[in-house]
Design a protein around this ligand. Structure first.
Ligand code: KIV
Length: 264
């Protein structure tokens, strides 16, 4: 009988230095296909604002949208470990985050993801105390696109790199159990991955993190103008199942992301 994937399984992979592939999923059919090919961790990302709803940012996404898609993904992948994104302004205060996180957990999520640095320590602590595991998201945090001035690589200079490092340490101390690092130089991602006990999942963060995540539309060549780190695995294989298996193989072997799909 199939066993549900847990955070303990991911920690064990980190201990054994075995890399793992994860992907975004938004519906039951793709979630089922991804699980069948061997992906056991999926993110119901607020990227659905762009990939599903056609907006130019993640800001219009609501908690109801993420709940709806989390329920669909759970239906297709009953044993997968599901991370659901808390959308823009749904965790502006710790109190506000409680009902919103509860809605996502009730929809089938195993964990919620929130974007931001040490200002979120109190929220992480209080959600964790209330039985909601939290995944952090540092580096390029798309909900902050208007503050960051665009979708840009983060942590390129010493002081911003140190700030990202300090944020990661502080959030882990507060109770964060998984971290997504987006669009940061490989060396910084490696430094953070080695310093943290919890698993670190990279996207545009080089191949030294414990796991990788890709937006499914990037991995399958659907995105019109894909980011530098994205790779179209469907182009190489010609069918979706083989594309997902190739993605998993290349993440596990460390072949993806190579230099051409990383920032230095
Ligand atoms: O929303 C999303 O899909 C994400 C990934 C890019 C990590 O946060």
């Amino acid at each position: 009988m199939m066993k549900p994937t847990t955070l303990a399984d991911l920690s064990q992979l980190k201990k054994e230095k075995r890399k793992f592939a994860t992907i975004t999923a938004y519906d039951a059919s793709f979630a089922h296909l991804f699980a069948e090919q061997g992906i056991s961790v999926m993110l119901i990302g607020d990227s659905l604002g762009m990939t599903i709803q056609g907006f130019d940012s993640t800001l219009p996404v609501t908690i109801e949208n993420i709940s709806y898609h989390t329920r669909s993904v759970r239906t297709g992948a009953s044993h997968a470990f599901l991370i659901a994104d808390m959308p823009f302004m749904s965790y502006a205060t710790p109190e506000q985050s409680f009902d919103n996180a509860a809605a996502l957990m009730r929809s089938g999520a195993n964990m919620v993801k929130i974007e931001g640095g040490d200002w979120l320590c109190d929220t992480v602590k209080r959600l964790t105390e209330r039985a909601v595991p939290v995944c952090g998201h540092l580096g390029l945090t798309p909900q902050s696109v208007n503050v960051l001035g665009g979708y840009k690589v983060q942590g390129r200079d010493d002081s911003s790199a140190q700030k990202l490092f300090d944020d990661a340490i502080a959030l882990e101390k507060a109770g964060m159990q998984l971290l997504v690092l987006e669009c940061v130089p490989t060396a910084l991602a490696q430094r953070i991955t080695e310093a943290l006990e919890i698993p670190v999942i990279g996207i545009g963060a080089g191949n030294m993190t414990d796991g990788q995540i890709l937006v499914m539309h990037d991995a399958l060549g659907i995105t019109a103008r894909p980011p530098k780190f994205a790779k179209d695995f469907l182009k190489e294989t010609g069918n979706i199942r083989d594309a997902i298996r190739l993605y998993i193989e290349q993440v596990e072997s460390g072949a993806y992301p190579d230099q051409a799909h990383s920032f230095n």
